[in-house]
Every structure is written in structure tokens, then in C-alpha cells.
Design a protein around this ligand. Sequence first.
Ligand code: FES
Ligand code: FES
Length: 157
Amino acid sequence: MSDHRIELTVNGQTRSATVEGRRTLSDFLRIDAGYTGVHVGCEHGVCGACTVIVDGRAVRSCLMLAVQADGAAVTTVEGLAAPDGTLHPVQQALRDAHGLQCGFCTPGIVMTLAALTSDEKKPGAETLLGAMSGHICRCTGYQGIRKAARALAGEDV
Ligand code: FES
Ligand code: FES
């Protein structure tokens, strides 16, 4: 398997690396680059735990090769909170709604919701709840997760 030189930004920092062509983006981020908030569950695109934001879109990093992220801007859950520790609105909403238990599924859920919501983008609850259908929570903490999604859509919960 041939090696490839890649350069990308992760959470605003430029990173260069040499990776095998078969290296997944999830393994590159978690194992090679140390972003352990990228959780790996199923490794075939079902559970959503490995979701990160690539050039503004939520992506299952277990289904993307690191070489495909060459030149991209990647955000992991480590890059969401402000430098002073202030939580991202999605993180705050999940905290307020008790939308997590063990936390294994949480980074992926946070990244999916963060990709869909911003100061400019205000999706409705249907969109956010629909996106949550792509995430499996082994703790079955769905009520709190759904409550957080509805709060992000501006609903009174
Ligand atoms: S580990 Fe990527 S979707 Fe489950
Ligand atoms: S909070 Fe444990 S897997 Fe979702």
C-alpha cells in the first residue's frame, strides 16, 4: 500500500502527515493526531459516533479516507468550545437537557447538530430530530438528546 503526504487543518491548526492510502480519517484523527474525542464504534457508518465536520458538513470519519481530507478543514469535538472553556451552544443544550449518559455517542451527536445549526442556519426541530436518527446511543439516552435538539430549534422544552 502506498503512502501519501497530506496536509489539512484540524480545529484550526495545520497538520501534515504521511498516511497509508487505506488509513481512515477516524483512525488518523484519533490514533495518529490524538483527537480522542473522535469515537469509533461500528466502523461502517451506522452508529454515528465518529462524526466530525469536514468543510462545514457532518461526515462519518470511519467512511472517509485520510487522503480524501487532504486540503480540508476538519473540526472535531475538541475544537468546538471557546478557548476560555465556554461551551458551544450544542454542547450547552445537551448539558442542560441531560442529553448524555456514558458519553460515547455524544461527540458524534454534537458534531452533527453543530454542522446543522449556526447563527445563520436555524433548522426546525424536524430537521434536527431527523438527523439524530443517524446516531445510536447504547445508553438509550434518547429523550434527553431529543429534548436538546428541540431546544436548539427554539422550542420550549
Ligand atoms: S464508527 Fe463511524 S459510524 Fe460508527
Ligand atoms: S450516552 Fe452512552 S452511548 Fe449515548
